[in-house]
Design a protein around this ligand. Structure first.
Ligand SMILES: C=C1C[C@]23C[C@@]1(O)CC[C@H]2[C@@]12CCC[C@@](C)(C(=O)O1)[C@H]2[C@@H]3C(=O)O
Ligand SMILES: O=C(O)CCC(=O)C(=O)O
Ligand SMILES: [Fe+2]
Length: 367
């Protein structure tokens, strides 16, 4: 076991053997100078907030209306009766745990390539910060087979089987949630050609592990970000850590609710809804005693589809606020501009807030 911080960091430029550390290394100690204020670790004031993200029963006949309200006001909610078997959630949790408990040298055999998306490594948003995050992740885009073979040369099918089943079930749930979200905007899912029944979106799975941390108040599990997705479905184990930013209340913890899944709005739904359903800034904080595990299902449109504000939501007083983008193009903008990506695809808005009513083509004009 390494006794010095430098030894614990050595195996790979940015991956720590977290278990060997008794104190927080400087490389992982966040202060207000290291990040914009919205990224600061929580303060005592944050935990005094009483409001919390809505928990919606999908069997409730008013589910669509409740989803719409949550999307408008929170950008996130939790769902119950979502149709995903508890045993599948248990299996994804335990396979995630077994992945992250492999020795560091073994995990590094499946390291994400510098120009790649899939594989093991630190949070990809790390490059935007001077300090490192107290977490490790494993991203799956497409088949996990090659990486699974490197992690478990004799037993890779077990992992691949669980991932395949998880993807299939999550794809169904994501389609159902898209239907509710579009319905709550007054739009039939069938009217959006790439979102109709039997159409499959694209998706990635992100397994996150946040080890117990010797100095949680100065560490950051995953810094504040929005997802580039239409929507993200997050399974979190029974340890809290996820927080969403609510303008009036600051950072609000999304407590683990047994059997529930967290849903959050990503930037592409923000664009599609012309800003009616804003993507939500969220982050993960860490704690002193327990490892936390989360699994994000990042759901987007088929990669070649151009996403732009839905025409039914537009009129001369509601001009399109964003230009069309594909998911691939938007991920490029995110990699370059990070949390400024959404503004990078924003169209000019009238300075007066008024639009020339005679402009029948919905072109935005500054008057
Ligand atoms: C499809 C994707 C969304 C994502 C980038 C990725 O290519 C795969 C990982 C995703 C993730 C998960 C953690 C937070 C996030 C911002 C990141 O750095 O990697 C998201 C990306 C995203 O939504 O932009
Ligand atoms: O672990 C969490 O609670 C958040 C994870 C997350 O935001 C992500 O993977 O995009
Ligand atoms: Fe996220």
């Amino acid at each position: 076991m390494p006794s010095r911080v430098s030894d614990a960091i050595k195996p790979h430029k940015h991956v720590l053997d977290f278990t060997s550390l008794q104190e927080l290394p400087e490389s992982h100690a966040w202060s207000s100078l290291d990040s914009p204020s919205s990224n600061n670790p929580p303060t005592a004031a944050d935990s005094s907030v009483s409001e919390s993200v809505p928990v919606i029963d999908l069997d409730n006949p008013n589910a669509q209306e409740l989803v719409g309200r949550a999307c408008k006001t929170w950008g996130a909610f939790q769902v119950m009766n979502h149709g995903i078997e508890t045993s599948l959630l248990d299996r994804i949790e335990s396979t995630g745990k077994s992945l992250f408990s492999l020795p560091t040298h073994q995990k590094l055999k499946a390291a994400r390539a510098a120009d790649g998306v899939s594989g093991y490594g630190v949070a990809r948003i790390s490059s935007f910060f001077s300090k490192l995050m107290w977490s490790e992740g494993f991203t799956i885009l497409g088949s996990p087979l090659e990486h699974a073979r490197q992690l478990w040369p004799h037993d890779y099918n077990h992992f691949c089987g669980i991932i395949e089943e998880y993807e299939k079930e999550m794809q169904k749930l994501a389609g159902r949630l898209m239907g509710l979200m579009l319905g709550s905007l007054g739009i039939a899912q069938e009217d959006v050609d790439w979102a109709g029944p039997n159409k499959e979106g694209a998706a990635a799975i992100q397994l996150n592990s946040y080890p117990a941390c010797p100095d949680p108040d100065r560490a950051m599990g995953l810094a504040a970000h929005t997802d580039s997705t239409l929507l993200t479905i997050l399974y979190q184990n029974n340890t809290s850590g996820l927080q969403v930013l609510r303008d009036a209340s600051g950072w609000v913890t999304v407590p683990p609710v047994p059997g529930a899944l967290v849903v959050n709005i990503g930037d592409l739904l923000h664009i599609l809804s012309n800003g009616s359903y804003p993507s939500v800034l969220h982050r993960a904080v860490v704690n002193r005693t327990q490892q936390r595990l989360s699994v994000a299902y990042l759901y987007g449109p088929p990669s070649n589809v151009q996403i732009s504000p839905l025409s039914k939501l537009l009129d001369p007083t509601h001009p399109p606020l964003y230009r069309p983008v594909t998911w691939t193009e938007y991920l490029g903008a995110k990699a370059k501009h990070f949390n400024e990506a959404l503004s990078s695809v924003q169209l000019c808005i009238p300075r007066t807030g008024l639009v020339n009513q005679n402009n029948v083509e919905n072109r935005v004009e500054i008057i």
